[in-house]
Design a protein around this ligand. Sequence first.
Ligand code: PLP
Length: 422
Amino acid sequence: MTTPHDTAFPGPVKPEHRLDIRAVRRQFPALRQLVHGHPLAYLDNAATTHKPMPVLDTLVRHYERDNANVHRGLHTLGVRATEAYEHARTRVAQFLGARDAGEIIFTRGTTEAINLVAQSYGRTHLQPGDEIIVTAMEHHANLLPWRRLCTEVGATLRVVPIDDDGGLRVDEYARFLGGTPRLVAIAHAANALGTVNPVAKMTRLAHAVGAVVLVDGALAAAHTPVDVAALDCDFYTCSAHKLYGPTGIGALYGKAALLAAMPPWQMGGDMVLSVDDTAVRYAEPPQRFEAGTPPIADAIAFASALDWLADLGHDRIVAHERALLAHATEALGAVEGVRLVGTTREKVAVVSFNVEGLHAHDVATVLDDAGVAVRGGDQCAQPLMHALGLPGTVRASFAAYNTVDEIDRLVDAVRHARTLLG
Ligand code: PLP
């Protein structure tokens, strides 16, 4: 079924970059529903995207046919499950531009990936007096693990400020590097503002002072091409559920030499070579970091999501989202009383805003009544909201299946919220 909201693009997108939006939308059953009597306009993609049929089919097919544990069963289903799981690892490596599948560790998502690095790398490599640098625009997932690590090892956290547009103060970052930090943890794209950070340059500068760099790619991976080899970052994280894949699975990329020098984080089955009464020999990475039964079907479906993305054309999705972002920025910016938050040039498809005199939660509730799903609140970035002097924002975020008409409905609903609540 198609909705009346399937439309073509606004202006500057080249024809070869156009997506067939109707065909794209047909692959997403969740989009074919009414919410409060209106066709769903799902604009909360920075929180999580919906899943296309090939991903759902992969999940069902795995459980119907191949369900078995990995790396242990010698029977046919165990071999099939293991092969598909390891193929998924290779697919993620290819997607991120990693040189070797052994540099990819499956995690529950970005949050777990960052905690793994903080607890395994951080606790064994950082000492009292060391410095860790993060930015003021980090999601709690890329802030709190480092705060805890600082408390545990006696290190100091330094937070690079942002400018009025929500861009990073790269001059301040360069100044902070003068303190010769041991570790830098930065968002590739910030979830609350959409700001894309110059991570390649920041990595180069950090390496020049001997710091290890983790890039949080939870949001960026769906909206901008990633090449960890070109970025030269030491760690990169992503979450499948923001990439049209399942929840509960994501990946940590780590340079082989770093992973090899890191102790396990969690202990359990499938991460050892041998155990006796007194000694344990751990498996090599990545197995060393995947204790217990992993989310097998989800990892395999993660690979399906990446195939789906590649078939559609990541560059086309990016071009489509850019057009949507331009339209939303202009149309929302023209609404009286709306203040856009985060207006740097380099952005992914996220528009955060506030409506004068209205709480973000109230605006989001009125939008939901109109069938428009957005996020309203602190965006899991409370320190950022404090720095901006805001209790929160309303955030609309776009994906491959969104349309200009959906954005126009968002804008109409924001106008309605002003009339209703203002
Ligand atoms: N970092 C960023 C920039 C995010 O947008 C998110 C999720 O919203 C996270 C980290 C946490 O990701 P997850 O909840 O998938 O672990």
